[in-house]
Design a protein around this ligand. Sequence first.
Ligand code: SF4
Length: 95
Amino acid sequence: MYLGKVMEIGPTADLYHSSHHPYTKALLSAVPQPDPRSEKSRERIILSGDLPSPINPPSGCVFNTRCWKAQDKCRTEVPQLVQLGGTQVACHFPE
Ligand code: SF4
């Protein structure tokens, strides 16, 4: 969830191994790896910008001010949850 909106939902294994939403990918990239070799090669996705106010969320996709994939459509149209593989994703341009 981001700013009170479901970004992606599904079984744990699908979320961990085949997520599609940029926010899910950013969250999972922040999880430390217990294996020191894996930890060294872990690529983190660092979100830029500040967290918007929940009482004045961005229009369209609420994640659009921090998403590296945001396009014009993201600022005007709210993405609906759609099934994609094993998860449901609210994104106009899922990965
Ligand atoms: S709808 Fe657009 S801004 Fe929102 S997560 Fe998808 S690509 Fe990013």
